[in-house]
Design a protein around this ligand. Structure first.
Ligand code: IMP
Ligand code: MG
Length: 335
């Protein structure tokens, strides 16, 4: 029986630090699951003083918890097996990793098509994501259950106990709600986690993860090229290490767009909000947001900025978020 499901969702354009939150929370759950995307994601986790990077396998594996890749995910077999090897070499129990039989497989042809036609135009991660989901929709795709290389990993169990779902990509990369076509090919909203096979009534908390400034990996007219000319935003790229963990590309940075943040909090139904990378903005020493009208607002101190942001989130959210559930985080390893 499922006790309850908590869902972690990104409130911006990805790269908010969902992996850190998921890893910090995983020990309190029985299973940690992914419901969307594939190796386009990049989760960075710091554990016992060491940095780990994964792209596909949920962070339950770092904490001895069952880690499930759900049927709405897409998987590259070579990359998956390499990630398994990497985890094994680092002493983690990879028998906990399970792949739903209906997961779709990314082929070399998918990657070639992406690299040739999509990456140059849309700035995709070049992982073959869109062509794989296209074949799935065309009913010409290959599913995990038909691949002998995956036979040891195919999941034949069911969801049980306390479940944590780990979002990949984020609200503004969602294929239905993002700035199409500069989006990914899966559904990133928390209700889509139900594709793992549970009723929406089992959802307890929705943990929205944001960042104290905005970044976009890849092309998007919402992040105009002129942002590259801003000296302080460039400093933020370096201080925050804003380089794609899947692609190594420099991410384009802007001040936090508060209107967008409120919209994603309300659309996602977040009941908790964690705002990451506060240490980075504090180090920069410039406390700025873009308000509902697209105007930039400066604060005189970081404590003033945090106080006003918190009050505004409390005022404008429609999810009954409690004051103590809005958290500003400035630590790589802790929430
Ligand atoms: P795709 O998912 O590789 O097709 O890429 C589509 C868009 O989503 C591009 O702008 C990518 O940079 C972005 N994207 C995909 N996955 C991630 C992620 O995990 N973090 C940040 N951006 C991502
Ligand atoms: Mg990431």
């Amino acid at each position: 029986m499922i006790d309850y499901v908590d869902i972690i969702v990104g409130l911006a354009w990805g790269d908010e630090g969902k992996g850190k939150i998921s890893s910090a929370m995983a020990k309190d759950y029985d299973m940690v699951c992914r419901w969307n995307g594939g190796p386009n994601a990049g989760h960075t986790v710091y554990l016992y003083g060491k940095k780990y990077k994964t792209h596909l396998i949920p962070s339950g594996v770092f904490h001895g918890k069952k880690s499930i890749i759900g049927p709405n995910c897409v998987l590259n077999i070579d990359k998956f097996l390499k990630e398994i090897e990497y985890l094994k070499e680092n002493g983690f129990d990879t028998s906990l990793v399970k792949v739903h039989p209906n997961v779709h497989i990314i082929t070399d042809a998918h990657i070639e098509y992406d690299l040739k036609h999509l990456k140059p135009k849309l700035g995709t991660t070049g992982q073959g994501i869109a062509p794989c989901y296209a074949d799935k929709a065309n009913r010409t795709g290959i599913q995990a259950h038909s691949c002998p290389e995956l036979k040891d990993f195919i999941w034949d169990g069911k969801l049980e106990g306390k479940i944590l779902c780990e979002g990949a990509q984020s609200i503004w990369l969602d294929i239905n709600y993002g700035d199409y076509p500069f989006v990914t090919s899966s559904e990133t909203f928390p209700h889509n986690a139900c594709s793992l096979g549970f009723s929406p009534k089992k959802i307890r908390e929705i943990i929205g993860v944001a960042k104290i400034y905005d970044t976009k990996s890849g092309v998007d007219p919402l992040f105009p090229e002129t942002l590259w000319n801003d000296v302080r935003l460039n400093q933020l790229i370096e201080l925050g290490g804003e380089y794609g963990s899947t692609t190594g590309r420099k991410r384009i940075v802007n001040w936090l767009n508060f209107g967008r943040l409120m919209e994603s909090i309300n659309l996602s139904g977040a009941t908790r909000v964690i705002i990451n990378k506060c240490d980075v903005l504090e180090e920069l020493g410039i406390f700025k947001i873009i308000n509902f009208y697209g105007l930039s607002i400066d604060f005189s101190s970081f404590s003033q900025m945090k106080r006003i942001l918190k009050d505004a989130i409390l005022e404008y959210n429609i999810n009954n978020i409690k004051k103590e559930n809005i958290i500003f985080s400035g630590d790589k390893t802790l929430i």
